[in-house]
Write a protein that binds this ligand. Sequence first.
Ligand SMILES: *Cc1c(COP(=O)(O)O)cnc(C)c1O
Length: 418
Amino acid sequence: MKKPFVTKAQLDAITARYPTPFHIYDERGIRENARRLKAAFAWNRGFREYFAVKATPTPAILKLLHEEGCGCDCSSLTELLMSDKCGIRGEDIMFSSNNTPAEEYQLADKLGAIINLDDITHVEFLEQSIGHIPEKVCCRYNPGGVFTLGETREGFQVMDNPGDAKYGMTRAQIAEAYKLLRAKGTREFGLHAFLASNTLSNEYFPALAKVLFQLAVELKQETGCHITFIDLSGGVGVPYLPDAPENDIAAIGEGVRKVYEEVLVPAGMGDVALCSELGRFMLAPYGHLITRAVHEKHIYKEYIGVDACACNLMRPAMYGSYHHISVSGKEDAPCDHKYDIVGGLCENNDKFAIDRMLPKIDRGDLLVIHDTGAHGFSMGYNYNGKLRSAELLLREDGSTELIRRAETIDDYFSTLVW
Ligand SMILES: *Cc1c(COP(=O)(O)O)cnc(C)c1O
């Protein structure tokens, strides 16, 4: 069962200082999880997690993860600038972008980031953009076709269509890109692929590792390039549904180790460092969107209107995603009422839950929307003139810190020309 990481008493105190809605993150949960990831891959010398900044682009979060040894995975100019302002630069940045403008390569190069090329044409584009080719470059691979793990635990299937994805290079192109880069001066090569998102299977990373490790061995034979790191990227998921299986990061690390010893070690590549660019796995469970029930409406269905809307959390409206909801202080009450939990946008998809069985909700109740720590606040927008919320950090000592203030009308109006 999903339980909020904040109690009603804590939320009553917090909401007396900070009006709803807001996102709140759990420092303890974030740190403990980051340590579990690190321990799971401790067998690999040089293992590094580069947190996918787009999941939660908030300096306090980036710094906290940096204290736990994580770098930043950036994919835009703003994310590079934020990482730099947090003091996270040089090879602490992986720049994994696509359709990249020249100025972004220029900044990535200036900061000393590791650049991950999404396309073969970007070898020349990068050279033209920054005036040279870096000594260390990563290339993104797209195997095409369909990637599937078949049935995994409890019927959760992992399937994705790399063949329809805009990312990465084909098998032939990546060999060509390596040769081209080497001719232009690259000495250290990396290999990257991202084949499935939000996977609930301990088999995803090992299966991806097998694809990448075998490719690395082939590329080394074909091109003679020195591959020093392999980037397993993101995609390890979290159980949004209360009865979904949870990934076991220790088992995932162990699964990757087996493949490493099977494929890389015999090929004389036992010195390859691994890295990841996890976003969701690092943060999603450690964030809640806190919102208050403001209205009750009885028409053909029962509605609870809350003070948050899809602008604060787009996933349900955009993908029909499930986010668990707790009514603060009523965690153990029977779920004997069926509600649609709705925001105030003039869009009928502005629903956090549809036909959800919940305890009886009274106006003024605080609702905890779970698993909003990644791709939550960051996907926010301003439709209907809604303003972005604040973000808070629940410290390990129980105190609460404002890590991003709420947007104001003045912020919103500041770009307008009257
Ligand atoms: C989005 C993204 C990630 C993070 O994905 P998660 O599913 O949040 O783990 C990592 N790398 C790249 C290049 C991405 O675009």
